[in-house]
Design a protein around this ligand. Structure first.
Ligand SMILES: Cc1cc2nc3c(=O)[nH]c(=O)nc-3n(C[C@H](O)[C@H](O)[C@H](O)COP(=O)(O)O)c2cc1C
Length: 228
């Protein structure tokens, strides 16, 4: 990505969705912070309860649904931040935006995030926004990445700096989908891939009374399922 990370351990998206704890988190010595997912407009996310801890499995199931205060609120907050380390901004689409218009939401967020981000993550892999993961499909991804890369080139000119783009993908992809995505990443010269978001699978937590809760599973069982 052309970024020099001070160390390998960073904070993934989802803990500090609105960038309200950047200075505190920054003082922990992490190699980077990724805030978001943020969407163009604020939205409440799913009704509670929407996060479930499975301590016996070192896991979490969540269906937060991109609860966030919107990209404008994040920008406002970043004006007050002292942290000068690597800051990723993870962007997504609003719940109410039809999937055919998703590209507009990502472009809107990229425009607003560009000046203040070290890198921007394009989140197409949350299981908690209806149809979002469809954007990992060949034609949808092609259109999305094409639009984002040309906007990135324009923004790089305007701002006199190049802000890399990362694509965050789901772990629930078959070989064919992975090949398609890898091909699109190379063709569009995406700068990075973030693997992975939470899984729809329940492997390793079958015995938990919470296994039937809808949402994405993360933590130890998710990491174990990752291919080496
Ligand atoms: C409560 C919760 C909220 C999350 N919210 C987001 C999010 O808004 N955007 C995103 O890209 N990933 C989100 N994630 C996924 C994490 O960033 C990470 O990709 C996932 O938890 C897998 O890594 P892990 O097993 O090390 O936790 C969330 C995860 C959790 C547990």
């Amino acid at each position: 990505m052309g970024l020099k990370f001070p160390n390998r351990v960073g904070l993934a998206a989802g803990l500090d969705k609105n960038g309200t704890a950047i200075d505190g988190l920054g003082s922990l010595g992490l190699g980077f912070l990724e805030v978001g997912t943020v969407t163009p407009r604020p939205q409440p996310g799913n009704p509670k309860p929407r996060m479930f801890r499975l301590p016996e499995h070192q896991a979490i199931i969540n269906r937060m649904g991109f609860n966030n205060a919107g990209i404008d609120a994040l920008r406002e907050r970043l004006r007050q931040v002292r942290y000068r380390g690597i800051l990723g901004i993870n962007i997504g689409k609003n719940f109410g935006t039809p999937i055919e218009r998703a590209v507009d939401d990502y472009l809107h967020c990229l425009d607003k995030a560009y000046a203040v981000a070290s890198y921007v993550t394009v989140n197409v892999s949350s299981p908690n926004t209806r149809n979002l993961r469809q954007l990992q499909g060949a034609s949808e991804l092609d259109a999305l990445l094409g639009a984002l890369k040309s906007r990135q080139a324009r923004l790089a000119d305007q701002h006199g700096k190049y802000v890399p783009l990362a694509l965050k993908i789901a772990p629930d992809l078959d070989q064919h989908q992975i090949i398609n995505i890898a091909d699109a990443l190379r063709r569009h010269r995406l700068d990075a891939v973030i693997a992975t978001n939470t899984t729809m699978g329940r492997e390793g937590v079958e015995t938990s009374p919470l296994a039937a809760e809808a949402g994405g599973l993360s933590g130890a069982p998710c990491s174990r399922n990752r291919p080496p």
